[in-house]
Ligand binder design. Sequence first.
Ligand SMILES: Nc1ncnc2c1ncn2[C@@H]1O[C@H](COP(=O)(O)OP(=O)(O)O)[C@@H](O)[C@H]1O
Ligand SMILES: [Mg+2]
Length: 254
Amino acid sequence: MEETLLKIREVRKRFGGVYAVNGVNLDVKKGGICGLVGPNGSGKTTLFNTILGLHKPDQGTIHFNNNCINNLAPHQIYKLGLGNAFQIPRLFFQMSVLDNMLVAVRGHQGDKLANSLFLREKWQEQEKGMVEEALSILELVELDKLAFSPAGELSGGQRKLLEVARGLMAGSSLLLLDEPAAGINPVLGKSIFQKLRDLSRNGTTFFVVEHRLEILFEFASWIYVMDKGKTVAQGEPQQIVKEPAFYEAYLGEG
Ligand SMILES: Nc1ncnc2c1ncn2[C@@H]1O[C@H](COP(=O)(O)OP(=O)(O)O)[C@@H](O)[C@H]1O
Ligand SMILES: [Mg+2]
């Protein structure tokens, strides 16, 4: 049976008098890569930010794992396992790749530590476990050999993979990625999506906005099309390219 991770119904988000998101309905099923496409200004980023709790929806409901998350703060949503690789601000370029992984969870654990200093030994034990976990996640994105290099030495593509790895380190079961292949050459862009597909086979689900349709359509299992704040079409990549609504959405775009 296919499990629905994210369920969005009639969501609207207005800026001033204008609806940036104007009646979105969609489901993200567990497993694989779900794509979100649409012309510039169609509301994709606003929808992502609304899901992540950065904007509060004016109308509609958002459920993650059967929990209504409409009124939760971003950190609460993050704790439920809904992450955004690029929401974690920037990498610490002076710090090692491994330390960048550890800060993804350390703050949270550190809070607990402050409450109970006598648990210090337990904390160090947890940290050992975290280093092992971080190294195994870095191996998945082929950054394990660079674990002790400064993050500033990574290429653009490797930095994006490190951000994805940090999202995984934080235990996200659903990761939202807004244009992971933007500004990266097509070959590397494709290799990022190959990695995402491998990771999705290990149980992480990805919901991805991507302008490079030829790359996205090769790896995504399901595509939603947005136009003027609404979801106007959905289907498998090879079906969606036959949908009139897909072409109509892009007609206005130069
Ligand atoms: N913080 C904001 N304040 C006012 N208008 C915004 C804001 N964010 C986005 N918009 C507007 O909402 C619409 C959708 O933008 P956006 O969600 O960024 O689209 P996309 O990601 O699909 O390109 C655009 O018209 C944009 O100008
Ligand atoms: Mg956008």
